[in-house]
Design a binder for this molecule. Structure first.
Ligand code: HEM
Length: 146
């Protein structure tokens, strides 16, 4: 696996490709929910904890499941995010939160940690396609300099 984080350049948005459709069937919906739980547990302890409105770990877990709805959908599963939360409009939804290039790094490092346990059971090229997706898409969420 190559968890290299691509550099952020304000004048260039990298092309984003959705994860392979063969990724989700290997982990299942529950596997995706568990992945997002591990990820948010890491964010809960991270240097960017302060940008999350959740007041406690239980609320962080709720946010994890909202994100899981999104990732199940983007990986070709049922459209839970659209059904439960409306149109994704991710950049717009992230605007209320101050996301810097450095914040993105912390976010991606937590995702790497959460993805590692899947290395044993998921085909490398499929896990890589998921990483490539968040690596590139996360550049677009940066909305604050510094
Ligand atoms: C660049 C780093 C990122 C940071 C620091 C970040 C941070 C946040 C924050 C603070 C929230 C609000 C949580 C809440 O309301 O409790 C949020 C929500 C969310 N984020 Fe991110 N995010 C990042 C990138 C991404 C990316 C790349 C995706 C998708 C590929 C994503 C998907 C989501 C989803 C689905 C939600 C839930 C939106 C909702 O509640 O309607 N985020 N994120």
């Amino acid at each position: 696996m190559n968890y290299t984080i691509i550099a952020h350049n304000a004048n260039y948005m990298p092309p984003v490709q959705k994860p392979n459709l063969t990724f989700l069937p290997q982990i299942g919906e529950q596997g995706m929910r568990d992945l997002l739980s591990r990820f948010y547990a890491c964010l809960d302890q991270s240097a960017i904890r302060n940008i999350f409105p959740a007041k406690n770990s239980a609320e962080m877990e709720e946010a994890a499941q909202t994100s899981a709805d999104f990732f199940i959908q983007i990986c070709g599963g049922p459209a839970y995010f659209n059904q439960r939360h409306g149109v994704p409009k991710m950049r717009q939804r992230h605007m209320p939160f101050s996301i810097t290039a450095e914040g993105r790094l912390h976010w991606l490092v937590c995702f790497e940690e959460a993805l590692k346990p899947l290395e044993a059971s998921v085909k490398e090229e499929d896990l890589q396609s998921f990483w490539n997706y968040i690596n590139t898409f996360s550049v677009m969420m940066i909305n604050t300099q510094g």
